[in-house]
Design a protein around this ligand. Structure first.
Ligand code: ADP
Ligand code: MG
Length: 339
């Protein structure tokens, strides 16, 4: 056996990048979340070739001060938490300080950023973890990050990418979910120079549902507005008449984060059981506000999974909130459109 030795930082970064960056959609998710954490009100996502050759995300958020840009690209460098104690109350989407380091390890990155109190902006380039230069540029307040040629230096990973068409579909799904999770942020999505999605950011959830899902669904919604101890459930659910044949239309967000949760899915489906045929699934667009102390978002690097300190309680309140809205459905006529 060879000598045991510690890997160099570039190698560590390349390996670790695999945990968060699997495909273009993961890059888009991380960069969009960063834009949201930066208090942006408008974000544009642009991709070419499914994001394989180019991903560009432009926000109007707080920007990164020039002297902190290189630090932002170091692993475990974050402005969002200071110590493990903060994990129990973390409200930002990010906190692991891994995304920029991971993306820069496996693509060619250009970052342009300007803060409010700086007269000029900065352009910073880093490719495969190697710095390529910093310069002063004129630019509006906010941040643009461009990631080119994903996995250019990890040919094996690159081989696992699907066709640009498939990768583009995954990116579109991520952008859609994040747009739905933030009705207060205007999101534009451009794919191969074509406008694919534009949300106004006017905070109206029904407008947003219309933009993304169209008239049939928007015409058949029931409102949910339930306040319980430590949990607040708001949004819309579809009347049973617009049942779907897969779970893709079960949207729910916990504290502004798009997540998957068996507990919440089961709770929703439990409430619909009396009204729904087997193998049919409802449309939902529910926002859960839950006290950060009662959930653990640090279960998986992509933070898609959640752990609740009292899952049973969350399940029961979900059944109750959805059940309550469904109980009133007779009062509202169903609208069936033949489109
Ligand atoms: P995390 O989001 O977990 O903190 P990242 O690697 O994604 O880690 O980002 C590192 C840091 O860079 C962030 O904590 C933040 O301070 C800064 N940053 C990243 N993207 C942006 C952005 N779009 N606008 C302002 N600051 C940003
Ligand atoms: Mg981040």
């Amino acid at each position: 056996m060879a000598m045991i030795s510690i890997l160099d930082q570039a190698t560590i970064n390349k390996i670790a990048a695999g945990e968060v960056i699997e495909r273009p959609a993961s890059v888009v998710k991380e960069l969009l979340e960063n834009a949201i954490d930066a208090q942006s009100t408008a974000v544009t996502v642009e991709i070419r070739d499914g994001g394989c050759s180019l991903i560009r995300i432009t926000d109007n958020g707080c920007g990164i001060p020039r002297d902190q840009i290189p630090t932002a690209f170091l692993r475990h460098a974050t402005s969002k938490i200071r110590s493990a104690d903060d994990l129990s109350t973390v409200a930002s989407l990010g906190f692991r300080g891994e995304a920029l380091a991971s993306i820069a390890a496996v693509s060619q990155v250009e970052l342009i950023s300007k803060t409010a109190d700086s007269f000029t902006g900065t352009r910073y380039q880093i490719e495969g973890g190697i710095e390529r230069g910093t310069e002063e540029v004129g630019t509006p307040e906010g941040t643009t990050i461009i990631a080119r040629n994903l996995f250019f230096n990890t040919p094996v990973r690159k081989k696992f990418l699907k066709t640009p068409m498939t990768e583009g579909t995954h990116v579109a799904a991520v952008v859609e979910k994040i747009a739905l999770s933030h009705p207060d942020i205007s999101i534009r999505f451009i794919q191969n120079n074509q406008n694919k999605l534009y949300t106004s950011g006017n905070s109206n959830l029904k407008d947003l549902i219309y933009t993304v899902f169209g008239r049939e669904i928007t015409s058949n919604l029931l409102q949910v507005d339930a306040v319980y101890e430590g949990i607040y459930i708001t949004g819309y659910i579809g009347k049973p008449v617009i049942a779907r044949s897969n779970r893709n239309y079960e949207n729910y967000f916990v504290n502004g984060r798009y997540v998957r949760s068996n507990l919440i899915s089961k709770g929703i489906e439990e409430a619909y059981k009396p009204f729904m045929m087997q193998h049919k699934y409802p449309f939902t667009m529910l926002h859960f506000s839950i006290e950060p102390e009662t959930l653990d978002v640090n279960v998986h690097p992509t933070k898609m999974e959640l752990r609740f300190s009292d899952g049973e309680y969350v399940f029961k309140r979900t059944v109750e909130a959805v059940g309550e809205a469904l109980a009133h459905r007779e009062l509202i006529p169903e609208v069936v459109l033949d489109e």
